[in-house]
Design a protein around this ligand. Structure first.
Ligand code: SF4
Length: 437
């Protein structure tokens, strides 16, 4: 299994692996030894689509030179380009969209047709669905909802993943309990729009009520929240209070704002203004002590002038986010923004991207240097990839895969969670020693 794209796609890959393991397939990490290769693709922007096609063409070699007799492509690429791919990628035996991957064990050997895509996708896994966790054995993603019912003008996700559909809260709680019994210490709650959880279920169900139940789960140390849409209406007092008060909930909020300028936010159809975003950020910081704030930004959106960009830079200098991801705007066919005028030249996008990454690297370095001498709680993840003389881990303020890490230079980690005295820091990582205090 080659799983591309975001953690939401990774959960789909893990469900497919769970279903296939139940059907007695053996999973191999070596594509040259595999009889069946599955590529679970991402296709939300052009770069991801290109990576998916490059990967498919690369592994299709295994059909000529290796043991592979069946090449299966799943996920967002078939969902987006299905029929077209039948002609363009004849080496692929089967295409399955984002709503049909739960049929993998029925279709893997043979299927009456080559393309399985339902529009809109409707499948939603639950705690009874077999799933083979592929992340390290102390952390796991839990997808609490699928799809998106918003309409950001640059985004293809609603078309690829269908309307927003929350999982049943009891099923989510049962899955977290199952994971805790299996030794998982950190659960990372994900969806396209995590703050909207429960809205489609009614009955007063919300992210707040889900969290109030989830913190009762024994043996879970960290509950982390990703992809919280910055909608002030959904950051209720109760939600903020439960995040601030419950020890198990990481004081970590991933709040993708995309931009700060009102004109750009309006063109992006984000449904929020710059001053509402500022107010939300101030409220979260005031009411959640020790909050780590992550955001995502898009530079080079159609119509973004130098003045708009300077406005964004000034805002970043003021707010000093702790973590940040930056994207260069990518015109995607099938989205309204692709038809907007005033597209920004690629070299200008590139320059704006570099400017913000540089600025954020300095901000991040300053914050990490400020940690020197402090004691931090660290989830030990294992040996450093480069050397077994160093252990690596993460603080509660570092999400898996997207943030920096902690390197442990001295001391023994006799348990998964240790106290660490920070001794050195770089832009994204910190270094330290296990501390008894
Ligand atoms: S909230 Fe907007 S950007 Fe995020 S998945 Fe939905 S439409 Fe796309």
């Amino acid at each position: 299994m080659i799983s591309l794209g975001c953690p939401k796609n990774l959960v789909d890959s893990e469900v497919m692996l769970g279903l296939l393991s139940r059907s007695h397939y053996r999973i191999t990490p070596d594509e040259t030894q595999a009889e069946v290769i599955i590529v679970n693709t991402c296709s939300f922007i052009r770069e991801a689509t290109e990576e998916a096609i490059d990967t498919i063409l690369r592994v299709s070699q295994c059909k000529r030179n290796g043991l592979c007799r069946r090449l299966i492509v799943c996920g967002c690429l078939p969902q987006r380009y299905g029929p077209q791919l039948l002609e363009e990628l004849p080496e692929v035996d089967l295409f399955i969209g984002t709503g049909q991957f739960h049929l993998i064990d029925a279709l893997i050997e043979s299927a009456p047709r080559k393309l399985y895509v339902d529009n809109p996708p409707s499948f939603l896994y639950d705690h009874r669905t077999p799933r083979l966790i592929s992340t390290p054995n102390h952390t796991a993603y839990v997808k609490i909802a699928e799809g998106c019912s918003r309409a950001c003008s640059f985004c293809t996700v609603p078309k690829l993943r269908g309307r927003y559909r929350s999982r049943d809260p009891a099923s989510v709680i049962q899955e977290v309990a199952q994971l805790a019994r299996a030794g998982i210490k950190e659960v990372v709650l994900i969806s396209q729009d995590t703050t909207s959880y429960g809205r489609d279920l009614g009955k007063g169900i919300s992210l707040e009520t889900l969290l109030r139940d989830m913190v009762k789960t024994e043996d879970i140390e960290w509950i982390r929240l990703l992809y919280l849409y910055p909608d002030p209406k959904q950051f209720t007092d109760g939600l903020i209070e439960v995040i601030a008060r419950e020890e198990k909930i990481c004081k970590y909020i991933d709040l993708p704002i995309q931009h700060i300028n009102d004109g750009i936010l309006k063109a992006m159809k984000r449904g929020v203004t710059g001053s509402q975003l500022r107010q939300l950020i101030n409220t979260l910081r005031r009411r959640i002590p020790g909050l780590t704030l992550r955001t995502s930004l898009i530079v080079g959106f159609p119509g973004e002038t130098e003045a708009h960009f300077r406005h964004l830079v000034k805002f970043i200098e003021e707010v000093q986010f702790d973590r940040m991801g930056v994207f260069r705007y990518s015109p995607e066919e099938g989205t309204p923004a692709a038809w907007f005028g005033n597209h920004v030249p690629e070299e200008v996008k590139e320059a704006r991207y570099r400017k913000i990454m540089e600025l954020q690297a300095n901000i991040s370095l300053g914050k990490n240097l400020g940690l020197i001498g402090t004691i931090q709680r660290v989830l030990v993840e294992g040996y450093c990839a480069e050397t077994r003389y160093l252990l690596r881990g993460r603080m509660a303020s570092q999400a898996p895969d997207i943030d920096g890490e902690v390197y442990i230079t001295r001391g023994t980690a006799s348990s998964r969670m240790v106290n660490l005295r920070v001794t050195h820091a770089s832009e994204y990582d910190v270094i330290g020693e296990v501390s008894s205090s």
